[in-house]
Design a protein around this ligand. Structure first.
Ligand SMILES: [Zn+2]
Length: 59
């Protein structure tokens, strides 16, 4: 079965996104939360995704 992952903006229904890689430092400064941001080119809506299998990356 083919799985299509098409991201559609919930606000303006645009399928045009800019992908940004980001990192959020934790409150404790020991770990960093790596994220992928998908920013809608239509309205600027930002969706946030965790990268990798785990939310927390210990490095
Ligand atoms: Zn949008």
């Amino acid at each position: 079965m083919e799985t299509k992952k098409k991201l559609i903006c919930p606000l303006c229904k645009s399928k045009d996104f800019t992908q940004e890689q980001g990192k959020i430092d934790s409150k404790w400064g020991l770990t960093a939360h790596k994220i992928t941001l998908m920013i809608c080119n239509g309205c600027g809506y930002v969706m946030q995704f965790s990268r990798g299998r785990t939310v927390w990356d210990f490095d």
